[in-house]
Ligand binder design. Structure first.
Ligand SMILES: [Zn+2]
Length: 266
């Protein structure tokens, strides 16, 4: 597929109003530079939402030139400070091929297995967000209680096995196998994980998943949940969980981050 054939438009109503055009590139190096900037922006977005905490949390992006490698954040660097030039590229077998800083071993253990198992998944986001962590303690899947929650209906897993800090690829492999064709995982007693065909989609999916966990926690604390029926939930998911819409969800977040501080671009 050529770079240009990937361009799509996100429209509203009829095709009259184009909200965003996905980008097109003349060469793969230009695309790589752009995608690293989007990954750096995703960390700034995560910081804005308070998803960073200590050494935990990582977002990865498959390299568009060498797809057997992926970009990830250096461990111990606050998400609010990450620039494109700080990112580290690591191979699926654990060799750091670009970058001067170490990475989180759990980032490699989880993300490498997902990237290696699913060629269509280009980005993976994981963090120990407060609402995600609280919801993950219930050992339940998210219920289709809102239009937004429908994007995860029959589209996420509850991974109930917690075996301590993920330190080896064996545990990462279990998460990867369980993920199957879904876009998200609630990792019991741990946190949340989302994936996407782009880093924009994976990051926006994480923001939405954490927000849906928050909503369900509030609703469950207040009373009995009234769920959307299965057929309507599936129909809604077909609309709001598409690659293009989930990519589009990130664009307003990106605009806000860019306007606030564009140092992530360097
Ligand atoms: Zn974790």
């Amino acid at each position: 597929m050529s770079e240009k054939s990937m361009q799509q438009k996100l429209t509203m109503g009829s095709d009259k109003f184009t909200l965003f055009d996905t980008p097109e590139f003349d060469d793969s190096h230009q695309r790589q530079c752009y995608e690293k900037q989007r990954l750096a922006a995703a960390f700034r977005v995560f910081s804005y939402y308070g998803f960073d905490e200590g050494l935990a949390g990582h977002i990865s992006l498959r390299d568009c030139i060498d797809p057997e490698t992926f970009w990830v954040n250096p461990v111990g660097m606050h998400f609010s400070l990450i620039k494109a030039s700080d990112l580290v590229r690591v191979s699926h077998v654990g060799e750091i091929v670009e970058g001067a800083r170490p990475i989180n071993s759990a980032a490699f253990a989880i993300h490498s297995r997902i990237h290696a198992t699913y060629p269509h998944i280009n980005a993976v986001a994981h963090a120990h967000s407060v609402y995600g962590r609280a919801f993950a303690a219930l050992g339940e899947k998210l219920a289709p209680i809102s239009q937004d929650a429908c994007m995860f209906y029959e589209n996420h897993i509850m991974f109930s096995h917690f075996g301590g800090v993920v330190a080896d690829t064996e545990e990462g492999e279990k998460i990867a196998q369980a993920l199957d064709n879904n876009i998200a995982a609630v990792l019991q007693n741990h946190g949340l994980l989302t994936v996407g065909s782009s880093v924009d989609a994976a990051a926006a999916n994480f923001v939405m998943l954490d927000s849906c966990c928050h909503s369900q926690l509030l609703a469950q604390a207040a009373g009995k949940l009234r769920c959307i029926d299965s057929e309507t939930a599936r129909k809604t998911r077909a609309m709001n969980a598409s690659d293009l819409v989930t990519w589009g969800n990130f664009q307003p977040m990106y605009q806000a981050i860019l306007a606030r501080d564009d140092s992530f671009l360097k």
